[in-house]
Write a protein that binds this ligand. Structure first.
Ligand SMILES: *Cc1c(COP(=O)(O)O)cnc(C)c1O
Length: 426
C-alpha cells in the first residue's frame, strides 16, 4: 500500500468521500487520489515522494508556479504581524486600488473568501440594483455551489431550472433560466418571454468548467447588446479567467465590458479569496453603503491579501509573463492537435492562451451538449497513464489544463512525449 492509499483509507472514514471538494476524489477516473505533501515551481510531490509536472495549479491560482519567493515572503511578513484582526487594514485598500486600476470596468470592489461567495453576492447585488429576480446562466458554466446556481440544465433552453443537487429547494432555482453557451437565440428566447424580469446574465467569458469552450465571435458582444436593450446587467464570472488571459481579464482580452465581475483563484495567490466589483453606482448599493447585505468575518484577511497583492503586483510588473503564457499555450495545445492528426485520431483540442482541454469526441465542442459527447472512459485511460508517468492533470474530462510561468519549453516537450505514447495506445 502506498502512503496515499493509507491516508485515503483513513480520510474516507471521517471526511465524506475522503476529500473536501468532490472532484479531488478521482471519482470519474478510478484509483486513489494522490495526497500532496509539497510543491515547487511547476511540480507537485505526493506523500510517497513521487513528483508530477502539475497542470492543475490548484485549479488556476498558481499562475506563477508554486512557491514563488516574493509571494511567500509577503505572506510570512503578514503572518508575523497577525493572522486576522476583523478590522480594516491598509492592505485591503491597496488591493482594491490595484484591482480597480487593472480592470477598468471595476470601479469598486468587495473582497470575500471564495469564488462561490463572490458569485452569490454579485447576484444579490444585481437583483438589488435592478429590482428584478430572474437570472440567465449557461448550461455547463459553473458559478460555485450556491443554491440558485446549481443548475447545469442541459434540459433544453425553454425550461426553467431544476436543481442539480439534493437539498436545493425548487423555490431557489425557479428564477434561474438556463441558456446554451454560444447560442444567442437561446438567450433571446428568455428575454422575449420575460425580459423585464431578468436582473442579469451571468457567463464565464471563456467557459472553463466543461473543459475549455471559447466564446464564439460575437457571442459576448451579443450578450452585451441583449442586456442593454432590456436594462439587465451583464456579469462576467472571471473566477478562472481573471488575471489568467491577461492582466485586465477576459474582458480586456475580448474587449467586452460587463457591468459586474467576479474574481477568485488567481486573485488570492493560493489563499482562499474571492472578490466582486463593477460600476460604482451598482456597488454603492452594497452594505454598509446601501441595502444589499453582505458580510464576512475573515473577508479581506491580511494574510490572504498579502498573498494576492504580491501575486497581482508581480503579474502587473511583468506583462511579458502573459505573452509567454499565451505563446506557450498556443504552442503546447497546437502540438497536441498536431499529434492527434498525425496518429489519425479524430479528437479535439480547445484552448485559449494557457487554458486548454483535449476532448475525446469527433464533434466540435462549443457548448455543454457537445462537451458531453467526449468519451470519459478514454479520458480515464489517458489520465491514469499520464499520472503514472509523472504528469498531473485534473482528474476529470471537464476541467481545464493550466499552464504556469514556471512551465518551461523542455518540461512541456517532456509531457508531449508522454502524450504521444498514450495517444498511440488508446
Ligand atoms: C472555481 C469557480 C467558482 C467557485 O469558486 P470557489 O472558490 O471554488 O468557490 C466560481 N466560478 C467559476 C467560473 C469558477 O471556475
Amino acid at each position: 500500500m502506498t502512503k496515499s492509499q493509507r491516508l485515503f483509507a483513513d480520510a474516507i472514514k471521517v471526511i465524506p468521500g475522503g476529500v473536501n471538494s468532490p472532484v479531488r476524489s478521482f471519482g470519474s477516473v478510478g484509483g486513489t487520489p494522490r495526497f500532496i505533501k509539497r510543491a515547487q515551481g511547476a511540480y507537485i510531490y505526493d506523500e510517497d515522494d513521487n513528483g508530477y509536472l502539475d497542470f492543475v495549479g490548484s485549479w488556476g491560482p498558481m499562475i506563477l508556479g508554486h512557491g514563488n519567493r516574493d509571494v511567500l515572503k509577503s505572506v510570512r511578513e503578514a503572518c508575523e504581524r497577525g493572522l486576522s484582526f476583523g478590522a480594516a487594514t491598509a492592505v485591503e485598500a491597496q488591493m482594491a486600488k490595484l484591482i480597480c486600476g487593472l480592470v477598468p470596468s471595476v470601479e469598486m470592489v468587495r473582497m470575500v473568501n471564495s469564488g462561490t461567495e463572490a458569485v452569490m453576492s454579485v447576484i444579490r447585488t444585481a437583483r438589488g440594483f435592478t429590482g428584478r429576480d430572474k437570472i440567465v446562466k449557461f448550461a455547463g458554466c459553473y458559478h460555485g455551489h450556491s443554491d440558485g446556481l446549481l443548475i447545469q440544465a442541459g434540459s433544453g433552453v425553454m425550461t426553467a431550472g431544476v436543481p442539480d443537487s439534493l437539498g436545493v429547494p425548487e423555490g431557489c432555482t425557479k428564477d434561474t433560466l438556463s441558456a446554451e453557451y454560444n447560442n444567442l437565440e437561446s438567450v433571446k428566447v428568455h428575454f422575449e418571454r420575460c425580459g423585464e424580469e431578468i436582473a442579469a446574465v451571468i457567463v464565464e467569458p471563456v467557459a472553463a468548467n466543461m473543459g475549455v469552450v471559447p466564446p464564439a465571435p460575437g457571442f459576448l458582444d451579443g450578450l452585451r447588446r441583449i442586456c442593454d436593450s432590456y436594462g439587465a446587467l451583464l456579469i462576467f464570472d472571471e473566477v478562472i479567467t481573471g488575471f489568467r488571459l491577461g492582466i485586465d481579464g477576459a474582458q480586456g482580452y475580448y474587449g467586452v465590458v460587463p457591468d459586474l465581475t467576479t474574481f477568485g483563484k488567481i486573485i488570492g495567490g493560493g489563499m482562499p479569496v474571492g472578490a466582486y466589483g463593477g460600476r460604482r453606482e451598482i456597488m454603492e448599493l452594497v452594505a454598509p453603503m446601501g441595502g444589499v447585505y453582505q458580510a464576512g468575518t475573515l473577508s479581506g484577511n491580511p494574510v490572504a491579501m498579502a498573498a494576492g497583492m504580491a501575486q497581482l503586483s508581480i503579474l502587473k510588473e511583468h506583462p511579458e509573463y502573459y505573452e509567454d503564457l499565451n505563446r506557450k499555450g498556443d504552442w503546447f495545445y497546437g502540438q497536441i492537435q498536431r499529434l492527434l492528426k498525425e496518429k489519425g485520431k479524430p479528437w479535439r483540442v480547445n484552448h485559449v492562451g494557457s487554458l486548454g482541454c483535449l476532448y475525446f469526441t469527433e464533434q466540435n465542442v462549443d457548448n455543454y451538449q457537445s462537451a458531453k459527447t467526449s468519451d470519459t472512459k478514454i479520458f480515464a485511460e489517458y489520465f491514469n497513464y499520464l499520472l503514472e508517468h509523472g504528469i498531473y492533470i485534473a482528474p476529470s474530462q471537464f476541467e481545464a489544463m493550466f499552464l504556469s510561468v514556471a512551465h518551461t519549453q523542455e518540461m512541456l516537450q517532456g509531457a508531449l512525449e508522454r502524450i504521444t505514447i498514450i495517444l498511440q495506445k488508446i
